[in-house]
Structure formats: C-alpha cells, structure tokens
Design a protein. Sequence first.
Length: 192
Amino acid sequence: MWKSLKTVVSFTRHLTETGAFSETSRFVEREISKHVDPGVPQYILEYGAGHGNITRHILSKMHPESRLVSFEINPDFCELLRKINDPRLRVVEAPVNEVFDSVVPEEGSVDVIISSVPFTFLTPAQRIDLLEKSAFLLRPGGWMSQVLYLLTHFPLFKRFFPAATYKWTLNVPPAYVYHCQHLAVGSQQSAL
C-alpha cells in the first residue's frame, strides 16, 4: 500500500513528464511489448521508462543477446532504473528527442520502439520530430508501440505509419496501445 501511495505521489509531482498518475497495468505491459521476440536478438529503444515496470517486463521477455536502451528525463526515475541489474539495459538520462545525440543509431537499425511518452504534453513540432526520428530508426518491418489514454493522436501516427492500429487495454485510466509497423522502403507514405 505504501509503495502504491509513493508511486502516485511521485507520478503526480511529475505529471507533465509522466502523463500518468500511476504505473501502467500488467495488461499494458504485455500489450505494448508484444513485438519483443524472445527467439531472436533485437535492438530495442524505450521512450519514457518511468519507474521501470515496462522496462522490467521487456527485459524478462527479450532474447539474451538483445539490447535495450531506455530513455528517461526524470533523474529520480533514472536512479530507480539504474538499480535494475541487467547488462542488456542501458539507461539514458535525456529527453527522448535527443535520441540521435545519445545513441547515434544508424538508419533502419532498431527492431522495436516502446514508448510511454505523454504526447499530450509535447508541442506539435516535438510530436512530429519524435515520429520522424522513430520512423528513420526502425528497420523495415520493425514496430513502434505507444501507450496513450486517448485516440486524439492516432491520425498523426497514421501519417508516419500508414499500417498503424490500436488496441484498447485495461488500465487506470483505460489506455490505448498504438502498434505502428514500419513498412518496407518505398511503401512508406510521405508524412509531409
């Protein structure tokens, strides 16, 4: 009980960073990480790792040779993430829009992106920048999964990922997980 109360207080204090009042449910954890394949090594990025509940779920599911780079802007949350003892995890304390500065991945080198970034608190330019960078980083056939609490931003995701879908997922508050597959080169529509 005390841990739950501390979590709610911590998330509420940092609402504009977390976009939530509590950690996501185990249902969201499972749904958002459904493209993590335990059978093959993958390069995975996580945007907005928070307290690390989704991070831990990803690590428990991914291949022993996979790599996970988790971005988190909140120093207190980063401290919690660094306590996760797993050599496959790298925690980057930086805004997710600095992904190129922090990781320097090559175009098409990322297999899966899992995001809990609160799009509602981003400016329109920041939203577009994040989706452009994500589409650039994903390999053809790669996936970006994003948890949001409204469908308001779904049309923007469809601009960058025409095959995007969403699934309502049990959570408090109820959540939608967007699944966006990066189509093969040449079949991706222009987002502009």
